[in-house]
Write a protein that binds this ligand. Structure first.
Ligand code: ADP
Ligand code: MG
Ligand code: ZN
Length: 476
């Protein structure tokens, strides 16, 4: 059997963070009472006219600029016809023949190797509503709140060769969208969704194999697993001499298999034609210039700068720059106390863990970057132990108090006073004559035991260096 290679292309739908919908003034807010954000335009009443949301064009163009696309000065909206209960107009307004953005690229990194994934196009379109199935009642409900919400569809070239690359690509895209502030990237709420096109071919063959399309996978983890399962299925088919049928499939995460959903539609099935109610979208060069000037430093550039400027490893720089607010927090802290590696460790270890535990973003953290900087400085200068530092971080996080304040309030500063510590050491040695005898008989590793006892008595506040010196002196 030949050695096979996977070929993957992804279609990503990202919901834009405009306040109102693409062609009407209804709110785009998530989680509202069903059918409360609906008007004659987005519910598909006859005789109404759509009016383009200019903010959506700006956001879509910013994504195009951030991914090195050509922005077409004129693009058009088409109607894509299909029937489904969540689509009251029975057509979706989308861009087909002339999309807003084309020929872009995104850099990804997998196991230390960088690679560029081409973007075929980025176009604007409206979202459909949602069906809520209630099997218990034998009924399904329709919620039209999402109807008409602005989306961009980002279509990649078939440049991806493994599930790892696919996941890295999605993470890179999501990170850029969130950095730009144009999408919240929330996969669970459906504001970032992905369809994966998968085929395989014998390694070395130029032509692509027949592809299948996996629809609406709802987490990064499942994207990877779904693609793996589909590659394995293609391989089994070919090895059994079966043909791959071009079709749309669904991933069943519980069983870790993909199942056929429907035959693949072709473009002509949708009877695309230009929407007669909408003018072409025109984008002026002067707007592009302004938007280009408003782009933030993007994740990959920030990652490179962090490595260079702060001497961080690839992994650390990538973790610290994955979210823009975390990256900015880190830099602000380093600006206050110049210990880039130490602060990186505290941010990646303690702060990110605390965010996870509290199920919040940095917006919910009251500890300012300067407080973290102060905390790290106090640990580094032996004013408090690292253990105490870690212990009080959750309180700083919740209350917004400064580390100095908390250390004073709770009397936590490190005991570095020799005479004070000496009496504790004496007590501990006196209380454990057996261990002292064994130590003096050569069992030097009992030092750890004594240090532990002393730490216990001082509630972790003893200066460990001093404690070690004192033990050695007293028993030496
Ligand atoms: P549609 O799915 O709407 O028919 P396209 O033909 O534009 O759209 O292709 C969609 C995606 O499928 C693109 O991301 C493209 O890279 C990918 N693709 C096309 N051919 C293959 C193939 N043989 N194997 C894997 N992916 C493919
Ligand atoms: Mg498709
Ligand atoms: Zn509306």
């Amino acid at each position: 059997m030949p050695d096979f290679e996977a070929v993957i292309g992804l279609e990503v739908h990202a919901q834009l963070l405009t306040r109102t919908k693409l062609f009407c003034a209804c709110s785009t807010r998530f989680g509202e009472e069903p059918n409360s954000n609906v008007c004659p335009v987005c519910s598909g009443m006859p005789g109404v006219l759509p009016v383009m949301n200019a903010g959506a064009v700006e956001y879509a163009c910013k994504m195009g600029l951030a991914t090195d696309c050509t922005i077409n000065p004129v693009s058009t909206f088409e109607r894509k016809q299909y029937f489904y209960p969540d689509l009251p107009k029975a057509y979706q307004i989308s861009q087909y023949a002339e999309p807003l953005c084309e020929h872009g690229r995104v850099e990804i990194e997998v196991e230390g190797e960088r690679k560029t994934i081409g973007l075929t196009r980025i176009h604007m379109e409206e979202d459909a509503g949602k069906l809520i199935h209630s099997p218990g009642e034998g009924a399904s409900y329709v919620d039209l709140n999402r109807c008409g919400t602005p989306l961009i569809e980002i279509v990649s070239e078939p440049d991806i060769r493994s599930s790892e690359e696919a996941v890295a690509y999605l993470k890179a895209l999501r990170s850029i969208l969130v950095y730009l502030g144009i999408c919240d990237g929330n996969m669970e709420e459906g504001s970032f969704r992905c369809d994966a096109n998968v085929s395989i071919r014998p390694r070395g063959q130029k032509e692509f194999g027949t592809r299948t399309e996996l629809k609406n996978i709802n987490s990064f983890r499942n994207v990877g697993r779904a693609i793996e399962a589909e590659i394995a299925r293609h391989q089994d088919c070919l090895e059994d001499g079966e043909e791959i049928v071009q079709e749309t499939r669904l991933y069943d995460a519980d069983k870790d298999i993909t199942v056929s959903m429907r035959g693949k539609e072709e473009a002509h099935d949708y009877r695309y034609f230009p929407d007669p109610d909408l003018l072409p979208v025109t984008v002026e060069e002067s707007w592009l210039e302004r938007w280009r000037g408003e782009l933030p430093e993007l994740p990959m550039a920030k990652r490179d700068r962090f490595k260079e400027r702060y001497g961080l490893s690839e992994e650390d720089a990538s973790l610290l720059t994955a979210e823009r607010d975390v990256a900015e927090y880190y830099e602000a802290a380093v600006g206050v106390y110049d210990a880039p590696k130490k602060i990186a460790n505290w941010v990646m270890g303690e702060l990110l863990r605390e965010l996870k535990d509290c199920e919040t973003s940095l917006a919910g953290c009251k500890m300012e970057p300067a407080h973290l900087a102060e905390l790290v400085r106090m640990v580094e200068s032996d004013e408090i132990s690292g253990k105490i530092g870690k212990k009080i971080l959750p309180e700083l996080f919740r209350t917004g108090k400064t580390p100095t304040q908390v250390v004073e309030e709770q009397g936590l500063s490190q005991i570095s006073d020799t005479s004070e510590l000496e009496s504790v050491v004496d007590e501990v040695l006196a209380a454990h004559p057996g261990e002292v005898e064994r130590y003096q008989g050569g069992e030097k590793k009992l030092t750890g035991f004594f240090v532990g006892q002393i730490m216990k008595r001082t509630k972790g506040q003893a200066n460990p260096k001093l404690v070690n010196q004192l033990i050695a002196k007293k028993l030496g």
